[in-house]
Design a protein around this ligand. Structure first.
Ligand code: GTP
Ligand code: MG
Length: 267
């Protein structure tokens, strides 16, 4: 990973006045200082959603914007909808989210649209089915800043509700984690988690081809293996889904396995 990313954010937490008192020695230094003075920190929260009327309002409201504002972040909330027919988009808008309508279906496709519209220097993600702990976003932000990381992914298995995942899905995840370790030598405990926090610039070096559920593992492989960024996996609580199941576990599981193998040979 290009270390200039870390230096861009190296002044997090530093009193702003300090920047103003630095001695100006060249045009380049002056420009850098001007950029730093103007730097407004924004966090974009991107949420893909299809037919999640049961939960979308609670998910958006659960984002701790006040706490993030106190930490110095403006918050942009983007819900990416693929033509839900249950009013998910309107409900999200009603509680203050910006809604992006993506005409082409797919979890990965939704994220690509959301990232393209994200104005934040940091991006956080989560599903719209109330399974991920939105209240943990500030903790993840603190971890990223304190440890000067580029990418934080999460591990759902440490504090998972007993009824949050079927045995079949736990087993399927274990296989995908093992294959990730064998093929890429990455020790991820949860290669399929959908809650991440990362510096937006990291996207510049990524090549994510998947438009479907394999996007989640592909983003991690790109960040960790191909971009060689500074990363950590943080434990989170994972709750049982609220609202109807939309996806097929078998199809996505096998699809993800094939995508993992394919990417090892063709990036
Ligand atoms: N916009 C959009 N969102 C999607 C699409 N497919 C899934 N999602 C959303 O992506 C998130 C993850 O999908 P889920 O259906 O929860 O997938 P999962 O967590 O693997 O499966 P469950 O155990 O059934 O919850 C949810 O917020 C979905 O609404 C899609 O094609 N378009
Ligand atoms: Mg889910």
């Amino acid at each position: 990973m290009k270390r200039n990313l870390a230096s861009t954010y190296g002044d997090y937490g530093k009193p702003r006045e300090v920047i103003g008192h630095e001695k100006v020695t060249s045009v380049e230094t002056r420009n850098t200082q001007a950029r730093k003075r103007k730097q407004v920190r924004t966090l974009s929260v991107v949420i893909p959603a299809i037919n999640e009327e049961a939960t979308i309002e609670r998910v958006v409201k659960a984002i701790p914007t006040d706490e993030l504002n106190e930490m110095g972040f403006g918050v942009q909330i983007l819900v990416v909808d693929n033509g839900s027919n249950d009013g998910t988009g309107e409900l999200a808008r009603k509680v203050g989210a910006e809604v992006i309508l993506e005409p082409i279906q797919g979890y990965g496709r939704a994220y690509k649209s959301g990232f393209a519209q994200a104005s934040g220097d940091l991006i956080a993600t989560a599903d719209a089915d109330l399974t991920y702990p939105m209240e943990d976003i500030p903790k993840l932000v603190k971890l990223l800043i304190d440890e000067d990381l580029d990418f934080v992914t999460t591990n759902r298995f440490v504090y998972m509700d007993p009824d949050a995942m079927s045995f079949r899905n736990i087993f399927g995840n274990a296989i995908l984690n093992l294959v990730t370790r064998l093929l890429y030598r990455i020790d991820l405990k949860d290669s399929q988690s959908g809650m991440w926090l990362f510096r937006k610039d990291l996207l510049d070096g990524m090549i994510c081809r998947s438009d479907g559920m394999a996007f989640s593992q592909e983003l991690k492989l790109e960040a960790i293996h191909f971009c060689n960024c500074r990363w950590r996996e943080a434990p989170i609580k994972y709750s049982a889904r609220v609202g109807q199941i939309n996806l097929s576990g078998w199809r996505d599981g096998f699809g993800n396995l094939l995508a993992l193998i394919r990417k090892r040979f063709v990036r």
